[in-house]
Design a protein around this ligand. Sequence first.
Ligand SMILES: Nc1ncnc2c1ncn2[C@@H]1O[C@H](COP(=O)(O)OP(=O)(O)OP(=O)(O)O)[C@@H](O)[C@H]1O
Ligand SMILES: [Mg+2]
Length: 296
Amino acid sequence: MKTSIIAIANQKGGVGKTATSVNLASSYAHLKRKTLLIDCDYQGNATANFGLKKQSKYKNLSTALRVDLPLNEVILKTSNEYLDVIAGDMGLSKLSREKILEPGSYNLLKNWLDCESIKEYEIIIIDTHPSLDLLFQMSMTAAHYYLVPVFAEADPFDGLQYMLEEVSLIKKSLNPPLFLLGIVITKYNTKNATHRKFHEYLQKYMDEVKITLLKTVIPESTAIASSSGAQRALISHHPKLPVTQAYLELAHELLPELRGVRQGRRQGTPTISEMPEEIDKLFDFEVQELEEEAVL
Ligand SMILES: Nc1ncnc2c1ncn2[C@@H]1O[C@H](COP(=O)(O)OP(=O)(O)OP(=O)(O)O)[C@@H](O)[C@H]1O
Ligand SMILES: [Mg+2]
């Protein structure tokens, strides 16, 4: 089976990376696509979301990478037979500090995932850490695709340019097939005028730079926090809610793009390195405008 590895990435903290990782993985599992969620963040939020914190003490990503344990020895099962998890734990923080200076450290996760048991999975989702440290670099080196969640407000764009520059370097030197699936707006409130304006402006800008702004928009919902508190996936806790359905839609929207390792880029997609300056210019100007309007 061809395995597609998707990193959910944005160096900005608290923009819905974990919510997207957990709910996208659960949606694929719901669609009976064998899915593995890798929690590559020492905060372990995705792990906690499935109530796997206790088990992660013995089976976790940092131990697996440190002593090169086989994948199937660290897999944690969930209540859905189609969804397995590799837990994130505090040891990842130490590991990333220790390994950063070692040659080849970027390839740590990629090399570890280069094994037979990976073929069992159709989709692998990596929840990444909000920084550009080794955990981020490892995740982006291991991934075939990445997806960038943003909240529908101005400030989540802080630092996006640096992340895109970093991704561009990783693409050039280590992982040329890495493919941007697009930007997905999360925590969106249709009644909020700033959110609507932001959506409109983002659509215009992304069209200009030929980056996909995904059609699916994830609505704001208190169910995200409540289901994570209840340690249950939205799809089993609140199957009918618009936010649950939106994550299912997102899973469907991305599916046609997922074909394992992808050689070359889609025609018309700019190289990431062309973007930062443009983002800067446009964002400085338009974000200011948005903020002024929001105050009025
Ligand atoms: N669609 C949504 N509606 C309402 N709240 C949301 C939504 N998505 C995420 N949240 C909330 O926003 C907060 C941040 O979300 P999340 O933990 O997914 O972000 P993150 O990018 O993974 O954060 P970090 O960078 O710290 O890992 C959480 O409290 C979460 O419950
Ligand atoms: Mg997170």
